[in-house]
Design a protein around this ligand. Structure first.
Ligand code: PMP
Length: 360
């Protein structure tokens, strides 16, 4: 570190994104990206927007916010408008804004011990104390453990790494059990088989739903996410956004987002394909003796009864298949594998079979 670093960051351990090695061509199943390219309308609109890049982007992202709010209103059967939506540079940004806006030394953050690894980093970065609530022995969130949690809650649903989802009723239980605290439900993976909590916005004013265009909507590289909540909550978040970076979403990305919303059948078909591939991989892995969490996301979380998770990861990488291994306690025996195309998954299964034979 340089001698100029603000001492409050001396011990900050930054988030480590999934590796992107360039030394060879990998079957890349480590960052939960979509195997499908963006919709044609998204690409076309982004390219058109590039011709006007001499101008700043719209700080209100109005064209996208209106279209998105209309779509969310239809899905949730609620009168949502653009005043209920904040659009951000990936959903990481709205999550960071939530830590900045709704947490502090008096208001800790609360989240599971196994979840999205960025939550503790956002907390540390913003000087926010946090409490981790252990998942149960089957790596599930127990809503009963989150009653009167005493802080701003962050619940990834489906949960990160395990892929296990709570039902809408279970999320409602958590909202009811924390009437004076905000509950942030991070729905990055909701489109692959879980229930969205959006309809609960009609009944609860302590809910912020966060979604992303990075996974089901095939725009990870564009960086586009959003939050949906009461107008008051969105206004608070916008105060922080306008105090940080009002042009947080670039013009090409905003247009790409509109393009995604114009071709939603394409997104739906892609999600269905991922779900089919996930079931196929789950069956094959069970037949190979792997233990799996009950994932409804675009990834699976797998553990072999005898072979070490770290060794599996290393051997797969040597053979050109990238999967994600976490060293944190309780996760070290597991690997997380993104569900890609059928062709990618067949390569993964074949290579995994070879690796297990060798390491057994
Ligand atoms: N939430 C969860 C649970 C995630 O796994 C991710 C992806 N790493 C994100 C949010 C952030 O995704 P993005 O910033 O690409 O929207």
């Amino acid at each position: 570190m340089s001698r100029f670093l603000n001492s409050k960051y001396n011990n900050l351990a930054p988030y480590v994104p999934g590796e992107q090695p360039q030394d060879q061509q990998y079957v890349k199943l480590n960052t939960n990206e979509s195997p499908f390219p963006p919709s044609r309308a998204a690409v076309y609109r982004a390219a058109r927007a590039a011709e006007r890049l001499q101008l700043y982007s719209d700080p209100d992202c109005r064209a996208l916010a209106e279209k998105l709010a209309a779509r969310l209103a239809e899905d949730s059967e609620l009168p949502l408008t653009e005043g209920n939506v904040i659009i951000t540079n990936g959903s990481d940004e709205v999550l960071n804004f939530a830590f900045m806006t709704f947490c502090g030394s008096e208001k800790p953050a609360v989240f599971p011990d196994i979840t999205y690894g960025f939550y503790p980093v956002f907390a540390d970065m913003n000087g926010v104390p946090y409490r981790e609530i252990p998942l149960d022995d089957e790596l599930r969130i127990r809503p009963a453990d989150y009653m009167c949690a005493g802080g701003t809650l962050f619940i990834a649903n489906p949960n990160a790494h395990t892929g296990v989802a709570l039902s809408r009723d279970e999320i409602e239980e958590i909202l009811r059990g924390n009437p004076d605290d905000l509950v942030v439900v991070d729905e990055a993976y909701v489109d692959f088989g879980a229930e969205s909590s959006l309809p609960l916005l009609g009944k609860y004013d302590n809910l912020l739903v966060v979604q992303t265009f990075s996974k089901s909507r095939s725009l990870a590289g564009a960086r586009l996410g959003f939050g949906v909540a009461s107008e008051e909550i969105i206004r608070d978040l916008n105060t922080i956004r306008f105090s940080t970076n009002p042009y947080n979403v670039n013009a090409m990305t905003m247009e790409a987002g509109i393009g995604v919303l114009e071709e939603e059948d394409y997104i739906r078909r892609n999600c269905e394909a991922i779900i089919v591939n996930r079931r196929y991989v789950q069956e094959q892995l069970k037949a190979m003796g792997f233990e799996l969490t009950d994932s409804v996301a675009n990834f699976i979380f797998m553990k072999h009864p005898t072979v070490d998770g770290g060794r599996i990861y290393e051997e797969m990488k040597k053979r050109g298949v990238l999967i994600r291994h976490f060293t944190k306690e309780r996760m070290a025996q597991y690997n997380r594998v993104t569900i890609g195309s059928r062709e990618q998954m067949d390569i993964f299964l074949t290579v995994l079979g070879e690796v297990i034979e060798e390491l057994k």
